[in-house]
Ligand binder design. Structure first.
Ligand SMILES: Cc1ncc(COP(=O)(O)O)c(C=O)c1O
Length: 384
């Protein structure tokens, strides 16, 4: 039976896994009147740090601001270079630009789509200060190789783990493997606080510094002033930011982090079904997971044969009610970077930015919805 004669479904690209408990969670913060950063943020920081196995969590307004804060905390600034893959959401590179440092793009591995450590090493100069690998789509990058290169060249590592809370590298959770790791809690991620981010680190001095810069570089925190039995006048010795998460968001995050393992279990099972059933389609390649990694499948990313007209396929799927997105962008081809750093050749990134496509995957996706997507892809690609 052709799909056209079946009932048409509407399948979104994702749906945040938010329920009654998340809806009720901010109630206490709102009733208490402590709605900005306070005790719930501190609890959420502890919960995330404990989950990933890091000493400290520093909550932020987003992963983008978390990446900026992480770089600012290690004094990245004008005259420095930071190496980052181009094959990532533009926020990774933008966070480097915010510091005034120069963005240096590296190419990716064609199988994992994560940064190629050999190309990172080729891009190191006397001005390189840090490396920012990305755990793209929820697959841990080869952080062991990146840390080893960083150590040999005396560089810092800030891991952009926006889509990767719950991912693992060689049995260790992402968040415990780099000097600083930064997560996102945007609704497209596995767990969400609406907007939000978190740095994790084992470095106590760095965590203190990040906490201070996060709140305008104020010499005493709001909470300390609130608890003091005498007036405390704060001072400002350097330029800081307002990157504070609110207690309203953190109260939702505390419910979400408790649900994370179950959400991951569901996503991984759905991804496994996709891989089994889509694996037989000739014009499509399913995602590769190296033996060292546990994937979060923040999205399910297929790699189309270059002969497939991706935009036409996305249009046909949308007509059937199925939302898709292009895979991952090539940041170096965007005007904002072309204007600043000119032309760079990154052949694997350029090819994969043309051929990858995200298909619907979310915890509440029904088996019928997934069957509908699989059948539609099979039919459209047979005709392509
Ligand atoms: C790899 C990567 N880095 C950074 C970000 C930015 O995250 P946020 O929206 O929390 O700032 C994203 C968001 O999609 C991302 O995928």
């Amino acid at each position: 039976m052709a799909v056209e004669t079946k009932k048409k479904m509407t399948v979104p690209i994702t749906k945040p896994a938010l329920g009654e408990e998340e809806a009720r969670a901010p109630f206490d913060s709102i009733k208490a009147g402590w709605v900005t950063q306070g005790p719930r943020v501190a609890d959420f920081e502890k919960a995330v740090a404990a989950y990933v196995g890091a000493k400290h969590g520093i909550a932020t307004t987003s992963c983008t601001t978390g990446l900026h804060l992480a770089l600012a905390s290690i004094e990245v600034g004008p005259g420095d270079e930071v190496i980052v893959p181009s094959f990532t959401f533009i926020a990774s590179a933008n966070a480097i630009l915010y510091t005034g440092a120069t963005v240096v793009f590296a190419d990716i591995d064609p199988r994992t789509f994560n940064v190629d450590p050999a190309d990172v090493e080729r891009k190191i100069t006397r001005r390189t200060k840090a490396i920012m690998p990305v755990d793209q789509i929820g697959l841990a990058c080869d952080i062991g190789a990146i840390n080893e290169i960083a150590k040999r060249h005396g560089l810092d590592v800030v891991e952009d783990a926006a889509p990767a809370i719950g991912a693992e590298y060689k049995g260790r959770k992402v968040g415990a493997n780099a000097h600083q790791t930064v997560f996102s809690f945007h609704p497209r991620k596995v767990i969400t606080t609406g907007e939000g981010g978190m740095i994790t680190t084992d470095d106590t001095a760095l965590a203190d510094r990040a906490r201070k810069l996060r709140a305008h570089a104020m010499s005493v925190s709001d909470l300390e002033r609130h608890r003091a039995d005498h007036p405390v006048l704060e001072e400002y010795h350097e330029l800081g930011f307002n990157y504070r998460m609110t207690d309203i968001q953190a109260s939702i995050g505390l419910v979400q982090i408790r649900r994370l393992d179950e959400l991951l279990r569901i996503r991984i099972a759905k991804a496994a079904r996709y891989s089994t059933e889509l694996g037989a389609i000739k014009k499509l390649r399913t995602p590769y997971t190296p033996p060292y990694a546990k994937h979060t499948y923040q999205s399910y990313c297929v790699d189309l044969d270059p002969s497939v007209d991706r935009e036409a396929l996305m249009t046909s799927l949308l007509r059937r009610g199925i939302a898709t997105r292009r895979g991952v962008m090539a940041s170096h081809l965007e005007k904002v970077y072309l204007d600043r750093i000119g032309t760079v050749s990154l052949p694997v990134t350029e090819e994969k930015a043309r051929t990858t496509m995200l298909i619907p995957l979310f915890a509440a996706m029904t088996d019928e919805e997934q069957t509908y997507v699989i059948d539609a892809l099979r039919e459209e690609l047979a005709a392509a």
